[in-house]
Design a protein around this ligand. Sequence first.
Ligand code: C2E
Ligand code: MG
Ligand code: MG
Ligand code: MG
Length: 288
Amino acid sequence: LAMHEAKNLGGNQVFLFEDKLCDVAKQRLEMLQALNHSELDDEFQLYFQAQVDNQDNTIGAEVLLRWFHPTLGLVPPGQFIPVAEEGRQIIKIGLWVMHKAFLQAKAWNEKHGNIKISINISPIQFHEQSFAELVIGLVKFTRVNPSYITLELTESVLIRNTDLALQKIQHLVSLGFNISIDDFGTGYSSLSYLQKLPIHELKIDQSFIRHVPENPDDIAIVESIVRLAQTKNLGIVAEGVETQEQADFIRQQHNEILIQGYFYSKPCPAYEFEQNFLSVPKLQNKPT
Ligand code: C2E
Ligand code: MG
Ligand code: MG
Ligand code: MG
């Protein structure tokens, strides 16, 4: 289809298009090779982004992975995660992320009190047969309390292999883990899994937040997600909140929604996150 479209654009364009294709393929290959040879501890770093309640308390953080490659530079996760999924390096990377994140969650909870750490779980990782066992192994190894940990899954995970997915999720929930649905509303439209699965939280995707409070369609979507979450007694996180207007709109919907977005903080390294969001007494914990 791509070539067909390219040909319709005329002779020269085809070459341009092929060059571009080549660039993309070359980039992916470079990334794939780099992923195979990268030392996780040297090149990867966990960043943290605050999740803030209506009293401006930071009560959670999402872990967002950063890859600093010696020659490729800072590669954003939107670029390398799909490549790592295709090449299955995501299994090793994901395990490394969980290990680091569990240790951080344990340390911060001992030092500062209740803070939840959310971790993105790739569908490839989740569908590994041993996923639950690996997670349990890490709990024993790090001695983290699973109730401090939220696993972020996407809707696609819950649609496919529902019975197996259900077993895994039930197992993890029985140990105390929290389950969140990331990018809610952007995946499949079937909501039947919400009836079957013991889920704790929905994350409203940033694409629905971006144009509120101007866009009536997005307002309607946000309102219905909030209503759905309330009926099912689920927590809600609004992702990608950048402005005061967006924050006000969200809090008018429901005052217990957690806000995650540049309005409060960009993702930052652990020490910076701790300094800006954890080390001050909670009541003075204002946005920076
Ligand atoms: P996500 O899980 O939906 O994470 C939210 C993304 O939105 C992050 O992008 C975050 O930096 C960005 N964001 C948060 N607030 C704002 C805002 O106010 N404005 C804008 N413009 N963006 C905002 P990031 O860090 O580039 O990560 C992109 C995606 O990569 C994540 O989307 C997640 O799907 C994936 N990812 C990141 N870390 C991991 C990881 O450790 N494992 C896996 N499997 N996936 C990861
Ligand atoms: Mg996420
Ligand atoms: Mg998301
Ligand atoms: Mg996303």
